[in-house]
Ligand binder design. Structure first.
Ligand code: SME
Length: 169
């Protein structure tokens, strides 16, 4: 696989998503290990957008457990009734929070976080994984992020479905 991301300077966010999603598809299609793929996806999102924190939490034994991420130290376990991650995992729906201080139960892993989007991956009616992206800017996420990060999670689903793949459980 290519070692470097191709990032055209100055692209707006939607164009940047269109540029990186095929590159992510190429990277993860070459690899069957789930953790390796999630690690590279977190790295690509961080490099492409400069988000404050990007990472995954996996559902394990009824709670969310920290997976591959890029950014500052994060809390390792989140119960399903806590935080934006727990809310999105329970609702099985993407949640966008324009101002984290106004979200009841938001878990402040860092006081620098201002807004957040959490996108769950639902399989067989269960959330198995969430992607959490935090920004140090208020109101940094929109339906554009929801759409393209949703597409990204569909790519992750296709990797999970490879029979020889190492499933997260
Ligand atoms: N803010 C998240 C917790 C995870 S960290 O921000 C990395 C939440 O409220 O679920």
């Amino acid at each position: 696989m290519a070692e470097d991301l191709r990032l055209t300077p100055g692209l707006a966010r939607e164009e940047r998503y269109k540029e990186i999603l095929p590159q992510i598809a190429a990277v993860i299609s070459d690899e069957t290990d789930t953790i390796a793929n999630l690690a590279n996806i977190a790295a690509i999102l961080k490099e492409a957008f400069g988000f404050f924190w990007v990472g995954f939490y996996r559902l394990k034994e009824g709670e969310l457990v920290l997976g591959p991420f890029q950014g500052p130290l994060a809390c390792t376990r989140i119960s399903l009734d806590r935080g934006v991650c727990g809310a999105a995992a329970s609702a099985k729906q993407t949640i966008i929070v324009p101002d984290v201080e106004k979200f009841p139960g938001h878990i402040a892993c860092s006081s620098a976080s201002r807004s957040e989007i959490v996108v769950p991956l639902v399989a067989e009616e269960q959330t198995i994984l969430v992607l959490d992206v935090d920004s140090d800017q208020y109101n940094d996420f929109s339906e554009t992020d929801q759409y393209y990060l949703g597409q990204l999670m569909e790519m992750v689903r296709s990797v999970y479905q490879l029979p020889e793949n190492q499933r997260v459980s």
